[in-house]
Design a protein around this ligand. Structure first.
Ligand SMILES: Cc1ncc(COP(=O)(O)O)c(C=O)c1O
Length: 383
């Protein structure tokens, strides 16, 4: 049996999304910036696709900039906003458990004279609000805190954080890449100035990200040299990608409640079965404020990497942390931020489900996991 439980890394594209995208490679191939009829036809399709996304996010279509990834969108927002608003100050706050594509640009900005402070989280991965409050100063230009963490699935109270940040006069960005379809992403209700998404995390195409930006805020372009995207990101529009993104997002939010209820039930069933069959297993992150598709588990006494390899040999795909760090065996900085006992920092496995996950797949995984853990523990020096 083949089981894919690495949906936080990426998801399988929906067939309808792939079919729609195909149209724009073969038939409707004109450049949306061309002024002839074929170009205009494609331009209109892009506009319709953007309108659909805007409606779901309760944003304006002109506030959406499609990019080549969420990593690009995060770089664009973080660098673009602080560089354009130097008159407001030189201080940035990011949480210590942000994705590397937020931590990276923040670090780069230090070389340009900006100050970066890292907002700490508690043992379950939630932002310590009073510490965040104390960090914000008159010089703070931008605060970036992710909606939900990719490794441990912990969800932040973005509405509350945005309110606190906005009250101080700073701008607020949230990386919501892992949140679709698990949370409603109404940018007005959340009170965010900037938000990032990535299509491949919700059964859309890889290589298509999106930056929601409140256009009343000054922002520098990341790629200049063309008038596309209101001169904020030059380059011929990725028509197939934008249409694919839009369709995938529309499908993600269709019957959302029912879909996530099913995923939650399966995840809870899986956890119950794992605990029933395997001793000394602990949940990392928050039991309540966590994404419905995420289970990050700690198997004391054995290496997560060894579990991963063993499961892979039995047809099961899981992960030890984020996809970006999976190939270099670094200890997870996210788990370190939770102050987990250092003996257990490398004993973790992330299981991430999707709407395609079945009970039979989970039963098979529990069976194989039980055998794997028993075998590895039998020769583990750590008891
Ligand atoms: C929270 C988070 N932000 C950003 C990204 C980067 O997304 P992309 O692959 O589109 O660059 C990821 C992907 O792993 C993620 O999980």
């Amino acid at each position: 049996m083949q089981v894919y439980l690495d949906n936080a890394a990426t998801t399988k594209m929906d067939k309808v999304v792939a079919d729609i995208m195909q149209t724009y490679f073969i038939d409707k191939y004109a450049n949306p910036s061309s002024i002839h009829q074929k170009g205009e036809e494609v331009y209109n399709d892009v506009e319709k696709a953007k309108d659909k996304v805007a409606k779901i996010l309760n944003a304006k279509a002109q506030d959406l900039i499609f990019t080549g990834s969420a990593s690009e969108a995060n770089n664009f927002i973080i660098k673009g906003v602080v560089r354009a608003n130097k008159d407001k100050g030189n201080h940035i706050i990011v949480s210590e458990i942000e994705h590397p594509c937020v931590l990276g640009p923040a670090k780069e900005l230090v070389k340009e004279g900006f100050k970066v402070t890292y907002a700490p989280v508690d043992k379950k991965g939630r932002i310590k609000m009073s510490e965040l409050k104390d960090m914000i100063s008159e010089d703070t230009v931008l605060v970036s805190i992710m909606t939900a963490n990719n490794e441990i699935g912990t969800i932040q109270n973005i509405k509350k954080i945005a309110k606190l940040v906005k009250k101080s006069g700073a701008y607020f960005h949230t990386d919501a890449v892992q949140a679709v379809p698990y949370l409603e992403l109404d940018v007005k209700d959340l009170g965010v100035d900037f938000l990032t998404l990535s299509a491949h995390k919700f059964h859309g195409p890889k290589g298509v990200g999106m930056a929601y930006i409140d256009r009343s805020v000054k922002i520098n372009p990341l790629i200049s040299g063309g008038e596309q995207n209101y001169s904020l990101r030059a380059g011929t529009l990725d028509v197939a990608g934008i249409v694919g993104f839009s369709k995938a997002l529309e499908l993600a939010y269709k019957n959302r409640e029912k879909k996530i209820e099913k995923i939650r039930e399966l995840r809870d069933y899986f956890l119950e079965q794992v605990k029933k069959n395997i001793k000394d297993v602990h949940l990392n992150g928050h039991e309540k404020f966590r994404l419905e598709n995420n289970l990050n588990l700690r198997f004391n006494g054995i290496e997560g990497e060894a579990i991963l390899m063993d499961l892979f040999n039995q047809g099961i795909c899981v992960s030890t942390g984020s996809a970006c760090s999976a190939k270099n065996l670094r200890t997870s900085y996210v788990l370190q931020a939770l102050k987990i006992n250092s003996d257990y920092l490398n004993s973790n496995v992330r299981f991430s489900l999707s709407k395609n996950t079945t009970k039979a797949e989970l039963d098979y995984t529990v069976k194989k996991l039980k055998e794997t853990v028993a075998r590895l523990r039998s020769f583990s020096p750590i008891k």
